[in-house]
Design a binder for this molecule. Sequence first.
Ligand SMILES: NC(=O)c1ccc[n+]([C@@H]2O[C@H](COP(=O)([O-])OP(=O)(O)OC[C@H]3O[C@@H](n4cnc5c(N)ncnc54)[C@H](O)[C@@H]3O)[C@@H](O)[C@H]2O)c1
Ligand SMILES: O=c1ccn([C@@H]2O[C@H](COP(=O)(O)OP(=O)(O)O[C@H]3O[C@H](CO)[C@@H](O)[C@H](O)[C@H]3O)[C@@H](O)[C@H]2O)c(=O)[nH]1
Length: 471
Amino acid sequence: MGDWELRIVCMGAGYVGGPTMAVIAKKCPRIRVAVVDISTSQIDAWNSKDLPIYEPGLQEVVEETRGKNLFFSVDIDAEVAAADLIFVSVNTPTKLTGIGAGRAANVKNCELCARKIAEVSTSSKIVVEKSTVPVRTADAVRRVLATNDKGIKFQVLSNPEFLAEGTAIDDLMDPGRVLIGGEQTPDGLAAIEKLVKVYAHWVPRERILTTNLWSSELSKLVANAFLAQRVSSINSISALCEATDADVSEVARAIGSDHRIGSKFLQASVGFGGSCFQKDILNLVYLCESFGLEEVAEYWNQVIKMNDYQKSRFSSLIVSRMFNTVTGKRIAIFGFAFKKDTGDTRETASVFVCRNLLEERARLHVFDPKVTREQMMLEFEYSTGTTEKTVPGLNELVITAECPYEAAKGAHAIAILTEWDEFKNYDYQRIYDSMAKPAFIFDGRNILDQAKLGQIGFEHYAIGKPRRKEW
Ligand SMILES: NC(=O)c1ccc[n+]([C@@H]2O[C@H](COP(=O)([O-])OP(=O)(O)OC[C@H]3O[C@@H](n4cnc5c(N)ncnc54)[C@H](O)[C@@H]3O)[C@@H](O)[C@H]2O)c1
Ligand SMILES: O=c1ccn([C@@H]2O[C@H](COP(=O)(O)OP(=O)(O)O[C@H]3O[C@H](CO)[C@@H](O)[C@H](O)[C@H]3O)[C@@H](O)[C@H]2O)c(=O)[nH]1
């Protein structure tokens, strides 16, 4: 031991830092990888059998590498001092107060990491921005690092992460591309080459793209903006489909067969969620505004507005179909995570739909295979400001169910808000029999067989599908 090819440390043991470093450790057995965090509980969880996040395949990779060449630690100073290459993978949330509040990304954590690196380093290092940041953040990081009084030289690289939650391990094992940006100087190019070598252990060279710093930083924001734009575009069309009796899935199939458009990311839904899309588009919008590009800013802001519209359109529809009132009615919510195969609830569409229904005084019985009650209640407060104060009796109005059948028992309606595969396979006849009548089902993910639901007797609705005649 100790004869390592390279020593890597990652600051930030979250959804990105943990899985990314676990995969590097698995693919590069001769590289020592340490993941550090300021949160002791987070590190304790990574060192336990109950990892802090759920991702298919993650547990296996961590168990295979932990204690061999993958280490989780709170000893930030020692790990950083010993590292050759430091990834900064800390959270960069939207600013809540001050200049740019509600839009600009807060890069405070990145700056704190840079200060820590400058303070404890005794040798030159490569610092890699893994976090999603506003363009030119590398410049700020570089300037903070340059303030060290030991004459140490640092190189700063941008290496944005493109993994999606729920498929993080597959995405990391077989990435469509890896993007590395750096200074176009001899030292900068050498640093880029060092990071290229790490990924080249398992990623074909032609998929490792290298570029300058600012293009790399900006590409991350633009990638998410384009992806989210596709979801908002198809969601906007879902409203038109409902008005015209066209079927959004058929429209998506027809346009997606054009190779120039492509079939992915055209699944109409109750709205996109997750910690990235909204934050990163707002970041882009703010950036455009700060360069006086008002029209460009407004263009991208529309993607968010359409998403907000889709979420409120769905909850309003539930109320209007249920005879304009859900007060006191029991509604089963299937799914609280922002997408399937993750327990992550950040910015989930579900929380906004639930908040709107709670404001109508509905009683919600929520079932999600991976989300705990504690997490759900935190999300209510964090994303929507919903607390006992804003919705008196909140704790009694939101009940968490152990299974879908329990959630649906006696309910007036079911709302499908996450596309978990298991939701497709439930015994909907049994569910229908246990519900109050008429029994409504609102499919916000278009995953159920509408014809079958109709045969069972449900009053059914799905996003962007032809409406029932009486609706
Ligand atoms: N979640 C995703 O799917 C995803 C994908 C691509 C990119 N990103 C970007 O990656 C970054 C990290 O996202 P995440 O989802 O992993 O966040 P996260 O909140 O899950 O994890 C961030 C971790 O950083 C730690 N941290 C904060 N300040 C620190 C410091 N000074 N020193 C050490 N640790 C510190 C926090 O305690 C936390 O555990 C963000 O910029 C995000 O936009 C996220
Ligand atoms: O056709 C679609 C595709 C997605 N969604 C929704 O869009 C959101 C985001 O989904 P997805 O992009 O699959 O998950 P994320 O984990 O948020 O990943 C995005 O955000 C990450 C963080 O920046 C990037 O790294 C990824 O490349 C980017 O896909 C979820 O609510 C999905 O349900 C739809 O409604 N319809």
